[in-house]
Design a binder for this molecule. Structure first.
Ligand SMILES: [Fe+2]
Ligand SMILES: [Fe+2]
Length: 161
């Protein structure tokens, strides 16, 4: 796999741990009615920071350049940008639910599990469809164009060579 894709995969790997923590919290919410809302808000920090925005932006840059090749664009790959926009809406709604006293533990737990499922499905599609197709169809020239865009953006990562 190209180095850029490996970096995206590594990011997904880190996120898997954070999704596990959210899943555990959703179970605790219904089983022991345990609501430490500060802790819950913190569990979402990894999904709301600059690195998350950079990750999405860099995936969308690769997709932009993948469209210039002969690669077949799978429906799930076409939906990547819409998914990213949807995550922002879902997260805003979750942040409101966390502090809303009228939201029951069951409702909050369902919302957490829905986020975990949607995020996991999105990441799986990228890993199983998007990344392999990009790796197969993109040439060194296309990757150089990605690199130029990636490095010129406001969210460039220090580890990108
Ligand atoms: Fe993504
Ligand atoms: Fe991703």
């Amino acid at each position: 796999m190209h180095g850029f894709i490996e970096e995206l995969q590594q990011y997904h790997h880190e996120k898997a741990g954070h999704l596990h923590a959210l899943q555990d919290y959703s179970v605790r919410l219904v089983e022991v009615a345990d609501t430490r809302k500060d802790e819950l808000t913190e569990l979402f920090d990894p999904f709301r920071g600059v690195s998350e925005t950079a990750h999405h932006r860099n995936e969308e840059l690769i997709l932009l350049h993948l469209r210039t090749t002969d690669a077949p664009i799978h429906r799930k790959v076409n939906e990547i940008s819409a998914d990213h926009a949807a995550f922002e809406r879902i997260l805003s709604q979750l942040m409101r639910m966390i502090v809303d006293e009228s939201v029951s533990h069951g409702e909050l737990s369902d919302a957490l599990q829905n986020f975990v499922t949607v995020y996991h499905d999105h990441a799986s599609s990228e890993e199983n469809i998007f990344f392999p197709i990009a790796d197969e169809y993109m040439t060194e020239r296309t990757w150089r164009a990605v690199r130029d865009d990636w490095m010129s953006g406001p969210f460039e990562r220090a580890s990108v060579r």
